[in-house]
Design a protein around this ligand. Structure first.
Ligand SMILES: Nc1ncnc2c1ncn2[C@@H]1O[C@H](COP(=O)(O)OP(=O)(O)O)[C@@H](O)[C@H]1O
Ligand SMILES: [Mg+2]
Length: 188
């Protein structure tokens, strides 16, 4: 079945704790958050139908956010350029793009990049595309108006931890674990 999308926000239930945790982490100033769980546990739905509609409605002390969503696929760097409105043939200049995307936006606005299915970075992308994508994201860390949320299948958490995207210090790590809502009835 398909994941819940933004249009389904009204019928999306059961993830209040995870949504509160994600919002709390953004409020606390955490700027790269990993949503990790097994395949089918509801990661994409949590972000698309749970978190993003709430951010769009507005929350006191947080945002507004200009949200750009992508799936890495086999060309993650190109996808990143696309969602940051880089013109074909132009260099990325990632931090400058953030400023451009926020032109005419309210003070305090940020760009939130949502990367769904980050595991595709390890399964579909060439190592060159992967490294260009990771370099660009790391370069964005100096920009305080940049935030990112990544969803990742848990069986790829080892690959993520070995990548340059994983924070160097444990205190910088922001991860939200998502388990299947049916887990207890299956296992108890
Ligand atoms: N809170 C929820 N309540 C009921 N069904 C859900 C919920 N979250 C996700 N689902 C359903 O579970 C399935 C997997 O969700 P999805 O978001 O695609 O998971 P993941 O991204 O972790 O693979 C989809 O069919 C989706 O509609
Ligand atoms: Mg998914």
């Amino acid at each position: 079945m398909r994941p819940f999308a933004a249009d389904d926000a009204g019928s999306f239930h059961g993830r209040d704790a995870e949504i509160v945790e994600l919002i709390g982490r953004l409020r606390a100033g955490q700027r790269e958050i990993f949503v990790i769980g097994p395949s089918g546990s509801g990661k994409s739905s949590l972000v698309a139908a749970g978190l993003l509609p709430r951010l769009a409605r507005g929350l006191s002390g947080l945002g507004p956010f200009v949200v750009r969503e992508l799936r890495p696929g086999d060309q993650p760097f190109s996808r990143l350029c696309q969602v940051l409105d880089v013109l074909p043939g132009q260099p990325l200049a990632a931090t400058e793009r953030i400023g451009e995307l926020l032109t005419h936006r309210a003070p305090g606005a940020s760009v939130l990049i949502v990367v769904d299915q980050l595991e595709e970075l390890f399964t579909q992308a060439s190592s060159e595309e992967r490294e260009r994508f990771l370099d660009a994201l790391r370069a964005l860390r100096v920009e305080p108006r940049y935030a990112a949320i990544f969803t990742l299948r848990a069986d790829f958490s080892g690959a993520l931890m070995e990548s340059s995207l994983w924070p160097e210090r444990p205190a910088q790590l922001a991860r939200v674990d998502v388990s299947s809502p049916y887990r207890r009835t299956r296992w108890v």
